[in-house]
Structures are given as structure tokens and as C-alpha cells.
Design a protein. Structure first.
Length: 357
């Protein structure tokens, strides 16, 4: 929703339903992480497996995306009951879940690595996650209501009185400075991801069938819940640029969408930087090849960009602009009257009924 659109809020039941669904998604994702922690018996080994290093990479099922999604689910579940951007946060959470989990429906790159029973559990988990994401979208669609003005009280725009809206807040958007700064960062994230995808295409010498493996995962090399590299890059580019445009326009959805981008790139950047430290790549930076240098610089950029986006978009936003005021109903009593009498266009007309009817 742009700054000039009519603000929307969620009724109380929709916000708590959405919070509960996010907790279920967090539980579903957390179970896979707990399974891997029990398998490796050491959180550090799981971290290196997520980062793509170490012998446990194809023993563990979860990925960095699961860690990022878990953080998103927990934060949204905790904040959405009283969040001013509850509708946008739940919708963004649902759409990102669909985008990240959908590839499991067609990816077959792990078929020969993991046992059949574990693959079936992963498929069931995927369908559950997709179903819960659909429930979130339905909840948002059914629970959205326009924010109503207060009864003629000056400055009361955005009041959400009544039991349905208990705890709701007027939707907020990024401030002007924060919006511009975050848009620049989000565009940079999208351009960097696009540049790496162009490089990946060039490495395939124009062979579209080989390049398609980056989206289908048919070339193997994926963890059980992994996302094909090309698909992950496409998702990152789309949501980054969408959030950037929204931030420039003062859209309410730009804050939660930009924070999801921050979580994705921040976690991946942290994993990359930890790998660089472990392999002494910063010490040997001058001896690295051009691609290796750009890779290390990209990891650092993702980490810093993620942290900066959290600082810019995680702060309290400013209230969205009220929708254009149309002529008030002559009986509603809202606003000052330009003519002597009652309503916005003077006193109401006399009743056509005889007195006493």
C-alpha cells in the first residue's frame, strides 16, 4: 500500500490467527534444525554445513534459508498482534514462504543422497508449509479493514476503536530519509545478485539446458531443504527491487519486505564472512583471483547491508498519509462546517414526514 492509499488494518482475530500460524511455521522449521543439531551433536558443525563447508553438508537437511525463515516467523509471531504493519508483515511472510518452499516440489538433486523416508518427510513438511502460507494469505484477505476516522475529534485519523481492532495501530511507512537510504541499499543488493546470475550464465557458455539446472536443481549438489541457486537469486532480486520501489514511494509493505531481505542477506553474509575468517581469506586477500575477491567482498557487503537495513527499517515508522477526504455525509457530523448549521454542507434538509411519525 502506498502512502496515498487507504490504510488497512487487521481485525483482532486475524492478527492473532496470523501469529498462531507463524508459530506453527516456526515449529515446523525448528524441528528440522533440531533434527540436524542432534545429528551433528555440535552447533558449530551445523553452521559450517549451512555455510557449505565440512563433511556434514549432505547429512544435514536444513539450510541457511531455514535459519532465516525461523527468525522471520518468530519475530512476526511476537510482534504482529500489535504491529502497525500486521497485514503487510503476514502477507510478506506468506509470499516469501511460498517462494522459498516451492522449489522442493520439483527439485530432485538430492534423490540419491538422502533415504526415501527422509525425503518423504521433507515433502510432507513442504506441503504443510505451503498450506500454512496459503492460510496466512487468506487470513490477511479476510481480516483487512480500512482504518476509520475518529468521531469528529481533531487529529483522530487512524483510530481503531472497538473490540475488533483492539490493539491495532495506524499503518506506518519508512521516513523519507530512511526510505531513500534503504532503497539505495536494496537496489544494490538486487544489482549484485543480478550480476552474479549473469556471471553464472556466462560460465555455461550459452548452454541453456545447463543453465536451467540452476533453477531446477537437477544438477545435484543441494541439501534436502535446499533452494536452487538460480531460483534463490531470482527471489532475492524480485523482493529487493520491490522493497526498494516501495521504500521510495513510502509504501507500508516496504518495511517488512525490506527486513526479510535484511534477514536473508545478513545471514548469508555472516556465513560467508565466517568462512573467509576460517580459511584466512582476508589475510591472503591480495593473492586471491578476481572472482574470489569479489566473492569475499560480496559476503562483507551482504553482512553490512543486512545490518544497515535492520537499523533503517526496524525503527519506528511514520504514519501513512490519510486518504483524500471526500465530501462528508451530511449526517455524520465529521469535520468543521463551512456553512452555518450542522453538517459539512449546512444543516440537514427538513424531514418529509409530518411531525410525530
Amino acid at each position: 500500500m502506498g502512502a496515498t492509499g487507504q490504510p488497512q488494518s487487521l481485525v483482532r482475530g486475524a492478527r492473532f490467527t496470523g501469529s498462531g500460524v507463524c508459530l506453527l511455521l516456526a515449529l515446523l522449521t525448528g524441528l528440522w534444525i533440531v533434527r540436524d543439531l542432534r545429528l551433528v551433536d555440535d552447533p558449530a558443525r551445523l553452521w559450517w554445513a549451512w555455510a557449505g563447508s565440512g563433511p556434514d553438508r549432505f547429512l544435514t537437511a536444513s539450510t541457511l534459508y531455514d535459519l532465516s525463515l525461523l527468525l522471520v516467523y518468530v519475530v512476526v509471531a511476537v510482534l504482529v498482534p500489535r504491529s502497525p504493519v500486521a497485514a503487510s508483515a503476514l502477507a510478506v511472510t506468506a509470499l516469501v514462504t511460498l517462494a522459498v518452499r516451492a522449489p522442493a516440489l520439483w527439485v530432485e538433486g538430492f534423490a540419491e543422497v538422502y533415504p526415501h523416508g527422509l525425503r518423504m518427510r521433507a515433502m510432507v513438511s513442504t506441503f504443510l508449509a505451503l498450506g500454512l502460507a496459503a492460510i496466512l494469505l487468506i487470513t490477511v484477505a479476510a481480516g483487512r479493514r480500512p482504518v476509520r476516522s475518529g468521531q469528529g475529534a481533531p487529529g483522530s485519523y487512524g483510530r481503531t476503536d472497538g473490540p475488533l481492532f483492539q490493539g491495532a495501530r495506524i499503518p506506518t511507512r519508512p521516513g523519507r530519509g530512511a526510505g531513500i537510504a534503504s532503497a539505495v541499499l536494496l537496489v544494490a543488493v538486487g544489482l549484485v545478485a543480478s550480476a552474479w546470475e549473469v556471471y553464472g550464465f556466462s560460465q555455461n557458455s550459452g548452454d541453456f539446458s545447463r543453465y536451467a539446472e540452476r533453477f531446477t536443481g537437477s544438477g545435484g549438489g543441494l541439501q534436502l531443504l535446499g533452494v536452487p541457486a538460480g531460483w534463490a537469486c531470482l527471489v532475492l532480486v524480485v523482493i529487493s527491487l520491490t522493497a526498494a520501489v516501495g521504500a521510495l514511494l513510502g509504501a507500508v509493505h516496504s518495511r517488512p519486505l525490506g527486513l526479510v531481505v535484511a534477514g536473508l542477506v545478513g545471514v548469508s553474509g555472516a556465513a560467508g564472512v565466517s568462512l573467509a575468517v576460517r580459511a584466512d581469506l582476508f589475510t591472503a586477500f591480495g593473492a586471491l583471483g578476481g572472482v574470489e575477491r569479489l566473492t569475499v567482498v560480496g559476503w562483507v557487503f551482504h553482512l553490512l547491508a543486512g545490518a544497515a537495513l535492520v537499523l533503517l527499517l526496524g525503527r519506528r515508522g511514520v504514519p501513512g498519509d490519510p486518504p483524500p477526504r471526500l465530501a462528508a455525509n451530511v449526517y455524520d457530523g465529521y469535520g468543521p462546517s463551512p456553512l452555518p448549521g450542522g453538517g459539512a454542507f449546512g444543516p440537514p434538509p427538513p424531514s418529509s414526514r409530518p411531525p410525530g411519525w
